[in-house]
Design a binder for this molecule. Structure first.
Ligand code: BTN
Length: 276
């Protein structure tokens, strides 16, 4: 059974090709495409709590309550959120969640590993803004929301990814978003999914075995914050100097080096460089 279920009419999703590429490496894997849902992350967490723990890739053409990190909303960028009206069959963004049981020795750095896989699958010029936002030319292009649930002995991870495909309104954001079609003219949501899905599963499996450490150099090659003066949400101001082997952000300030594990970090070009 392929497990692909596409109830929408015009958009052709490469569900079968993705299933064929992934299922040999991931027992019980299915692909499901739905025309609309509140949030693919919310749905997979609901299913997990109801005991559905098989690996699944859930794609939504529209989300009515998409969620971002730190309790923020994630808009698909369609007409419902003030975005551009697109041709029939064109989606303004790709939205999917991958749910699977996961048992790494150490969870730290998973979000960085996911972000790295996404940028490496899409374009050489994409960068990562710690911990896992995908940026292009000083604008956010994609976001990642990772959630986990402990269910008995099993820890189930839901990796949600939203990629802007077509240019869209800023919707009150301080920096208007970037879109993949600016870098790759003509690309659409199904093609983007085909590019990212299988490498993402393999990257998560490698992370489960080896952790984040081996990815540190590759992360530095994509690190948007490296060398920038940053302000962390706890008020710390310093210069970002990459990440350590656990994926913590290293910030050098007058008080030494601090490893940041969870904080909102903003780049502050307006702040004077700190001599360290
Ligand atoms: C962020 O940038 O804060 C993370 C955004 C994550 C958005 C994706 S879209 C698919 C999945 N379902 C959600 O509700 N959120 C994630």
């Amino acid at each position: 059974m392929i497990g692909a279920q596409n109830m929408s009419a015009p958009i052709r999703w490469p569900a079968e090709a993705i299933w064929e590429a992934i299922s040999p490496h991931l027992a019980g894997f299915t692909v499901e495409v739905v025309p609309e849902i509140d949030s693919t992350n919310t749905e997979l967490m609901r299913r997990a709590r109801a005991g559905q723990l098989d690996p699944v890739l859930l794609v939504a053409e529209h989300q009515t309550a998409g969620r971002g990190r730190l309790g923020r909303q994630w808009f698909s960028g369609g007409v419902e959120s003030g975005g551009a009206r697109l041709a029939a069959g064109q989606l303004p963004s790709l939205m999917f969640s991958l749910g699977l049981p996961l048992a790494p020795l150490d969870w730290s750095g998973l979000s960085l590993a996911v972000g790295l896989s996404i940028v490496e699958s899409l374009h050489l010029d994409l960068q990562l803004k710690w911990p896992n936002d995908v940026w292009w030319q000083s604008r956010k292009l994609a976001g990642i929301l990772i959630e986990t649930a402990s269910l008995g002995d099993v820890r189930f991870a839901v990796v949600g990814v939203g990629v802007n495909i077509a240019p869209r309104d800023g919707q009150g954001l301080s920096t208007p978003p970037a879109s993949l079609s600016e870098l790759l003219p003509g690309i659409d949501a199904p093609e983007t999914l085909l590019r990212v899905a299988q490498p993402l599963v393999r990257a998560i499996q490698r992370f489960e075995t080896h952790g984040f450490g081996p990815l540190r150099t590759a992360f530095h090659g994509r690190d948007l914050l490296y060398g920038q003066t940053v302000r962390c949400s706890d008020g710390l101001i310093g210069i970002a100097r990459g990440v350590d082997a656990s994926g913590a952000l290293l910030v050098h300030s007058e008080n030494g080096v601090k490893a940041i594990t969870s904080a909102e970090v903003s780049v502050r070009p307006d702040l004077p460089a700190i001599p360290i």
